[in-house]
Design a protein around this ligand. Structure first.
Ligand code: NAD
Length: 246
């Protein structure tokens, strides 16, 4: 179902957001994709057509995914601000909304779905050393948001093969970079209040932060490499480099 000019049609859900914007730019930069965004908000700076719509409205999701060659599902009800306390919102967007995306892809014969998950799906509150993607999901996810990311990822991976749909899940940890709305801005505002030093636990905890451009690039690579024999049905942690031995 390639469109005129031989370009692949790509939909980026959450394309008005932090990661989504980078993904849109990188897709355009390849010259191989005709890109559209589906998001509840239009941030006013998109260089591609934006369909303002809600993941929770299945008919809108069906409409937006028509004729797509690949859907990148990056939208999320993020665990920030008032959302952080709104479990029903997070469940309806991150779980029911993800189910709507999957069903719409199957209905419309979309061949590829790349889901943005999170490394926190395996974090049970204790340090993890040398784990890989065989690590089971956290039994006690650290918060409700993480629980919804687990449920969403399971739905996506279980859907692999359904009606010819190929799916995969990418798991970045913390993300930093241009247009970051939360992480670095929070550090800066706290620093301005004089809070320049935080130590959680003994101070030897490890947390991975990955550059947003690398996370976006992983999405392009996953889509390009996905075949029924490879990538499809799998989850991948996404990081900047091999963890250093210690
Ligand atoms: P973001 O909040 O900047 O972007 C999410 C986008 O989703 C927003 O533009 C928002 O308007 C949109 N959205 C929210 N509810 C929607 C709905 N009902 N229908 C349609 N669109 C909706 O978040 P982000 O940091 O860019 O996160 C992108 C993805 O990366 C998410 O899946 C998130 O779970 C994952 N992730 C982020 C981080 C991080 O540190 N930022 C870490 C790990 C995983």
């Amino acid at each position: 179902s390639t469109c005129s000019g031989g370009k692949l049609r790509a939909l980026v859900t959450g394309g008005s957001g932090f990661l989504g914007q980078h993904l849109v730019s990188q897709l355009l930069a390849t010259g191989k994709y005709d890109v559209r965004v589906f998001d509840v908000r239009d941030n006013g700076s998109s260089t591609v057509p934006v369909t303002v719509g809600d993941l929770r409205k299945s008919e809108q999701v069906v409409e937006a995914t028509k004729h797509m060659d690949v859907v990148f599902h990056c939208a999320t009800a993020a665990p920030t601000g008032a959302n952080a306390l709104n479990n029903s919102l997070m469940h309806s967007v991150n779980v029911d909304g993800t189910r709507n995306i999957i069903d719409a892809c199957v209905t419309n014969g979309v061949p590829k779905l790349v889901y943005t998950s999170s490394a926190s799906v395996v974090f049970d509150g204790t340090n993890l050393y040398d784990v890989d993607e065989q690590q089971p999901y956290a039994k006690k996810p650290m918060d409700y948001y993480t629980n919804t990311k687990i449920l969403g990822e399971k739905l996506v991976l279980e859907a692999n093969g359904r009606g010819g749909l190929m799916t995969c899940a990418l798991r970045p940890s913390g993300i930093f970079g241009e247009h970051d709305p939360v992480f670095v801005p929070t550090l800066i505002s706290q620093a301005k209040k004089g809070k320049t030093k935080f130590i959680i636990g003994r101070g030897d905890n490890m947390m991975d932060f990955t550059y947003v451009g690398n996370v976006a690039q992983a999405h392009l690579q996953a889509a390009a490499a996905m075949t029924p024999q490879a990538v499809a049905g799998k989850a991948y942690f996404i990081t900047n480099q091999e963890p250093k031995p210690f």
